[in-house]
Design a binder for this molecule. Structure first.
Ligand code: GDP
Ligand code: MG
Length: 354
């Protein structure tokens, strides 16, 4: 089927030049096309826009590239949902880290509660939503906290409520989808990403870490991170990261970005680099310090201030860039196309009443 579509690179050259002889050569600084999108496509043709003479318009600019601008406008108007879950035992800095990531108090159960922080008897699931706006784009961020996880003496099956919550969101979406009069835009409460916090012990993963990630990596995008990495020396940190990576491999735990979902070679090369650097060893903080006449977020340690956003100090910036600036859309797509699709197919196969 696809053979009949000629990819743009091999599109046959026009027999006559696209630019009629009386049109001046475009100035290198002139905007390209009505949208000002520029880009590498058809600069010559775009510059021929607006001229009314001759048959050369047939070979002129069509405007396919404005789709990007159209999509941008729609996304700006609609905004988008992003749902992030945080898992790991209490005191690992989960709330602090998400607040640092989104530069606001998106998680209510943060530090400051100190010793009064009550540990629930079982795992609770608490979702809090916020609308964050930047550059005219609105993101409805939902942080799903799981206080109580891993805090009991017997943690057997303590991932059950978490897995139940994740599946319930798939079920909700499925019910909306199969509705005859379905909504134009189904509210998306599905968990796009689960940040799993590993304790900075310097030894190895705990049995609970392994069990949780093994059970949940099939239903949700898991991103393991090493918490409070300022409590380890650089050598300890590197060695621990190496060990954790090996263990994850040994136990066959597929964390995000999963090898099998790389789209192409370019994707694979980019993701390989990320996978080799994981799990990111992070530091979170809501305190600012003065460093070289600049205010920076950091934590004071015996060796000085550990700067949260300094890549030489910790991998917070790497995690943020990966999670928000390069892979946010992909996290949503993998959730929809792989995890949700698997759930949906199983549900419909089971012939269950939706
Ligand atoms: P949560 O229970 O996992 O949500 O942990 P919190 O975010 O409430 O943090 C628990 C305590 O650890 C607080 O006193 C935080 O100030 C502190 N904390 C948070 N992140 C870090 C970190 O990266 N390094 C260190 N050393 N302490 C942290
Ligand atoms: Mg918390």
């Amino acid at each position: 089927m696809s053979e009949s579509i000629v990819p743009p690179e091999v599109r046959p050259k026009p027999a006559v030049p696209a630019k009629p002889p009386h049109v001046a050569a475009p100035s290198p600084t002139a905007p390209h096309g009505p949208s000002g999108l520029g880009g590498g496509v058809g600069v010559d043709r775009v510059s021929g826009l607006g001229h009314s003479g001759g048959g050369s318009t047939l070979l002129g600019y069509i405007g396919i590239d404005t789709i990007i601008e159209q999509m941008r406008k729609k996304t700006m108007k609609a905004g988008f949902d992003f749902n992030i879950m945080i898992v790991g035992h209490s005191g690992l800095g989960k709330s602090t880290l998400v607040n640092t990531l989104f530069k606001s108090q998106v998680s209510r159960w943060s530090s400051g509660w100190g010793g009064e922080h009550k540990i629930p008897k079982t795992v609770e699931i608490k979702a809090v939503s916020h609308v964050i706006e930047e550059g005219g784009v609105k993101m409805k961020l939902t942080v799903i906290d799981t206080p109580g996880f891993g805090d009991q003496i017997n943690n057997e099956n303590c991932w059950d409520p978490i897995s139940k919550y994740i599946n319930e969101q798939y079920e909700k979406f499925l019910k909306e989808e199969v509705n005859i009069a379905r909504k134009k835009r189904i509210p998306d409460t599905r968990v796009h990403c689960c940040l799993y916090f590993i304790s900075p012990t310097g030894h190895s993963l705990r049995q609970l870490d392994i069990e949780f990630m093994k059970h949940l990596s099939r239903v949700v995008n898991i991103i393991p991170v090493i918490a409070k990495s300022d409590t380890m020396t650089p050598d300890e940190k590197n060695e621990f990261k190496h060990r954790v990576r090996k263990e994850l491999e040994t136990y066959g735990i597929e964390y995000y970005p999963q090898n099998e979902f790389d789209d192409d070679m370019e994707d694979k090369n980019e993701n390989d680099k990320i996978r080799e650097a994981m799990p990111f060893a992070v530091v979170g903080s809501d305190k600012e310090f003065q460093v070289n006449s600049k205010r920076v977020l950091g934590r004071k340690t015996a060796w000085g201030v550990v700067e949260v956003e300094n890549p030489n100090h910790c991998e917070f910036a790497l995690l943020r860039d990966f999670l928000i600036r390069s892979h946010l859309q992909d996290l949503k797509e993998v959730t929809h196309n792989i995890h949700y699709e698997t759930y949906r197919a199983r549900r419909l196969n089971d012939n269950g009443d939706v």
